[in-house]
Design a protein around this ligand. Structure first.
Ligand SMILES: Nc1nc2c(ncn2[C@@H]2O[C@H](COP(=O)(O)OP(=O)(O)OP(=O)(O)O)[C@@H](O)[C@H]2O)c(=O)[nH]1
Ligand SMILES: [Mg+2]
Length: 302
């Protein structure tokens, strides 16, 4: 039987569950997840195998009306992911339904995906009564000619196998792009930085997580099999540094411990993690910060 391979972009409003779905499809945590909006900043690829098909899932930042430069670069990355994909999966939250935000996505979908197949995944069905799903499915399908509709819970795993099997059948014939055992296409240093950013986002409140970025500065393999990872947390203001550090450094210490534990599980070896907080008022307008995140700086112009 011929092999199949292709890209499937996951798009949707912020918080729709795109990263949760990618992780579920891949069977490992490749993309960070939080309860806050705008967690994912760049395109993250995770690879799944289903029968003869290799499905390359592309997680994207949420689609929303961008205001700041970083927002614009994120939204451009999300639409870029959709434009490059063989199939697009639009995630809609079951309990929120056809929101203004989903409507805005549908309005732009035709132009952005130019004839590509778009499937609808109504996510978080564990949060609603099943009776409400039929009406929502009809409403959404009246708004856009979806090639397929799936009701899923990315978190619980409901309906995910059906979606994966359908995608595997719909992808074009072609050779696999990745070795069989590869599940992510993202440098390890970036995965490591993302894990720390996840812990920061979970722990810090309000706007602060959106105004910081994490970079892995060095990665040293040690003779004893462990790895030493040095990371910098860039914040935009002096006051933010104090918040990240916490009283007597206890906040950053807790973040470091949580991130290290997850890195050790992911890498399956001992990790020595060192975090440094640097104030960099202009980081949100520095090209290098964007390239470190995997974003196109120019996309932030507008
Ligand atoms: N109840 C429920 N919660 C879910 C489900 N899928 C995801 N979530 C939760 O929704 C929140 C957002 O999930 P993410 O996967 O980070 O969403 P995202 O679309 O990647 O968000 P951004 O990266 O910010 O655009 C998290 O708290 C998840 O645990 C689901 O099927 N059911
Ligand atoms: Mg995400």
């Amino acid at each position: 039987m011929a092999t199949r391979c292709g890209f499937v972009a996951l798009i949707g409003e912020p918080n729709a569950g795109k990263s949760t779905l990618l992780n579920r499809m891949v069977g490992a945590k490749v993309s960070i997840v939080t309860h806050k909006v705008q967690t994912t900043r760049a395109r993250i690829r995770g690879v799944a195998i289903e029968g003869e098909s290799q499905i390359v899932f592309v997680d994207t930042p949420g689609l929303f009306r961008p205001r700041r430069r970083l927002d614009r670069a994120m939204v451009a990355a999300a639409w870029g992911g959709a434009a490059d994909a063989d199939i697009v999966v639009l995630l809609v939250e079951a309990h929120r339904g056809l929101t203004e935000g989903v409507r805005a996505i549908l309005d732009a979908l035709g132009e952005r995906t130019s004839g590509r197949k778009v499937a609808l995944a109504i996510n978080k069905i564990d949060r609603v009564k099943s009776e409400s799903l039929l009406a929502l499915t009809q409403q959404l399908n009246a708004a856009w000619p979806f090639a397929g509709t799936f009701m899923i819970s990315a978190e619980k795993g409901y309906g995910v196998d059906d979606l994966r099997a359908w995608l595997a059948r719909e992808l074009p014939e072609g050779p696999w792009l990745y070795p069989e055992d590869q599940i992510a296409d993202l440098p390890l240093r970036m995965i490591a930085a993302e894990m720390t950013r996840e812990k920061l986002t979970l722990r810090l409140h309000q706007e602060l997580p959106y105004q910081l970025t994490v970079e892995t500065e060095s990665w040293q393999e040690r003779k004893d099999g462990s790895v030493r990872i040095d990371q910098v947390i860039y914040v935009a203001r002096d006051g933010h540094k104090g918040i990240v550090l916490g009283k007597g450094g206890e906040t950053v210490k807790a973040i470091s411990q949580a991130s290290r534990a997850e890195l050790e599980a992911f890498l399956d070896r001992k990790v020595h993690l060192f975090l440094q907080v640097k104030v960099r008022p202009g980081w949100l307008d520095e090209a290098e910060r964007y390239s470190e995140m995997g974003l196109d700086f120019r996309d932030g112009n507008a």
